[in-house]
Design a protein around this ligand. Structure first.
Ligand SMILES: Nc1nc2c(ncn2[C@@H]2O[C@H](COP(=O)(O)OP(=O)(O)O)[C@@H](O)[C@H]2O)c(=O)[nH]1
Ligand SMILES: [Mg+2]
Length: 212
């Protein structure tokens, strides 16, 4: 597998909604999922920069859409793109009003978005997918988006038990073959290079459709 790197990763902006993002027409990769599932950690692992996206052990406060930019590079090919850290859900201590903002925010981001090269739908390897997880994936499917189910924190479960967890998650999602799930650990970098390779291909395919 050819090595893929993200060069010049940089924070661009944090948006309260997607009404007028004011971004150039670059392919986007977004990460969505419950609070604490590992969205920011995975984005940091992808760009190999700890601390670019803020990770937290007290989740649920930020309800903004955070935009980063970078260049996906393989050999001499360099593809500029945007990385989007979407607001999480499912954190019990969040106020009702914040909770009610989540869906319209996500809809606002997904609706008519032609720039999305890949939607990473993150799921914790230790948890049965929740109703909200399923709702998120349904929403992505309704908007005809390129969804990649990504199972996070693989290192939290001994290797011998992973297969069972993956089968359970696949079955809850209605994914026939558990091998269609992307399995990662941001801590051990398991699966990150494989995911990068897929993201590179998706961004490369999307880029020419956006130059208008
Ligand atoms: N062991 C382990 N912990 C992780 C992994 N990814 C994230 N975490 C931890 O899970 C917590 C939440 O991660 P974060 O990326 O902030 O989740 P987010 O709320 O979805 O953005 C943090 O304490 C991370 O250090 C992983 O792959 N393995
Ligand atoms: Mg986060």
């Amino acid at each position: 597998m050819q090595k893929i790197l993200v060069k010049n990763p940089e924070f661009l902006k944090s948006l309260p909604s997607w009404k007028s993002p004011g971004l150039p027409p670059l392919p986007e990769i977004c990460a969505a999922g419950r609070s604490n599932v590992g969205k920011s950690s995975l984005l940091n692992a992808l760009v190999q920069r700890t601390g670019l996206a803020k990770t937290s052990s007290t989740p649920g406060r930020t309800q903004s859409i955070v935009v980063f930019k970078g260049e996906l590079c393989r050999e001499e090919v360099s593809l500029p793109f945007h990385l989007i850290d979407l607001p999480g859900y499912g954190y019990a201590k969040v106020s009702k009003s914040i909770r009610e903002e989540w869906r319209p925010m996500m809809e606002g981001y997904f609706r008519g978005n032609r720039k999305l090269a890949a939607c990473l739908a993150l799921l914790d390897i230790r948890r049965k997918p929740s109703d909200e997880d399923l709702e998120l994936m349904e929403m992505m499917a309704e908007h005809d988006l390129p969804v990649l189910p990504v199972v996070t924190k693989a290192d939290k479960i001994p290797k011998t038990q992973r297969l069972k967890s993956l089968r359970d998650i696949a079955s809850a999602l209605g994914v026939e073959d558990h091998r269609d799930l992307w399995v990662v650990s941001a801590v051990e970098r398991t699966g990150v290079d494989e995911l990068m390779s897929e993201l590179f291909d998706l961004v490369q395919a999307k880029a020419p459709t956006l130059t208008a």
